[in-house]
Design a protein around this ligand. Structure first.
Ligand SMILES: Nc1ncnc2c1ncn2[C@@H]1O[C@H](COP(=O)(O)OP(=O)(O)OP(=O)(O)O)[C@@H](O)[C@H]1O
Length: 301
């Protein structure tokens, strides 16, 4: 089948191994506000990368720039070794939106939402062929939403809606998938299903860029991390980037900050928990150790 999720072909180019490459990018909105300046990072293919930063740090702006919705004032973004315009034209970039961006009152069936992912593969008249219907069914099955295909999207739970939009990205056969807050309002079981799916997609050679406030889950499933605050503060393998020092730079006083096991002599604590939401992250000696923390009994700094 043409839409199969087998290993991906590689566009011929000198930097074809690159998934997303951003060089000195700047975005200035029409009101004159520069939301992103001098931003540079690159992620290879077959990667799950976290995009982490406080509210207003420029995560959505970066997504919009990769989607071609906002123009770069400076710099360059390349996707799969090609200019973004070419990657978008070839339907290589898929987007899974935040729930708030979608008008859920719009009467549309689950299967129609997923079929939208096929539009770029259809002709002008948007007439779905057998292969398009097969791609929609396969994508829905992959996120365990097949039985909901005739339901109105507005009737689904938050986690189910997320899975439908993931299915749309799968039906599109996006090689670069941007996920805006995929775990907000999602229960732990669905979060685990989504993470499992993202890992499979990574193993197929796709690139996922995931904006998230769930710091606790980042070391668990993201190979790379990009910390942003108006610019890229740090980027690279999560083990090197997701350090206490970098997180404090990115979040300042915004994080809840716990110190556990404070030594009796009042010296530096061995374990700290940082989080800007309900999920804990534990760092030991400035490095991540495990996400599941026993925060009970910890002193609040
Ligand atoms: N259309 C716009 N016009 C002008 N300024 C904007 C526009 N959209 C966003 N901004 C500003 O750009 C900055 C970055 O916003 P952006 O939406 O990229 O942040 P974010 O990191 O996605 O935040 P959040 O975590 O809240 O989603 C903010 O200061 C915001 O106010």
């Amino acid at each position: 089948m043409s839409h199969s999720f087998s290993r991906l072909d590689t566009p011929a180019s000198e930097d074809a191994g690159s998934g997303i490459a951003v060089r000195n990018a700047a975005v200035t909105y029409r009101n004159g506000h520069t939301a992103l300046r001098n931003a540079s990072f690159c992620i290879p293919k077959g990667t799950i990368a976290a995009l982490v930063g406080v509210n207003g740090s420029g995560k959505s702006t970066l997504f919009k720039a990769i989607m071609g919705f906002v123009r770069l004032a400076k710099g360059e973004i390349r996707v799969l070794g090609m200019p973004i315009k070419d990657a978008l034209r070839r339907n290589f970039v898929a987007y899974v939106p935040q729930a708030e961006e979608v008008d859920w009152n719009f009467p549309v069936l689950v299967e129609d939402v997923v079929m939208m992912g096929r539009y770029g593969h259809m002709g002008m008249m948007r007439i779905a062929k057998a292969a398009d219907h097969e791609a929609v069914a396969a994508a829905l099955a992959r996120v365990n939403m097949g039985e909901f295909r005739k339901r109105q999207i507005g009737e689904l739970s938050g986690g189910q809606k997320k899975r439908v939009f993931l299915a749309r990205a799968l039906a599109q056969d996006g090689r670069v998938i941007l996920l805006d807050e995929p775990f907000t309002g999602v229960d732990v079981k669905t979060e685990e299903q989504i993470i499992k799916l993202l890992r499979e997609l990574r193993d197929e050679g796709r690139v996922m860029l995931v904006s998230t406030h769930n710091l606790g889950s980042v070391p668990e499933f993201c190979d790379r991390t990009i910390l942003i605050k108006g610019t890229v503060l740090a980027h690279g393998p999560t083990a090197d980037t997701f350090t206490q020092e970098n997180l404090e730079k990115a979040f300042g006083g915004v994080l809840r900050h716990f110190v556990l096991n404070r030594p009796p002599d009042g010296g530096k604590a061995a374990v700290r928990v940082l989080g800007d939401d309900e999920r804990p992250l534990i760092l030991e000696g400035g490095k991540t150790v495990d996400r599941r923390a026993e925060v009970d009994g910890g002193d609040r700094e």
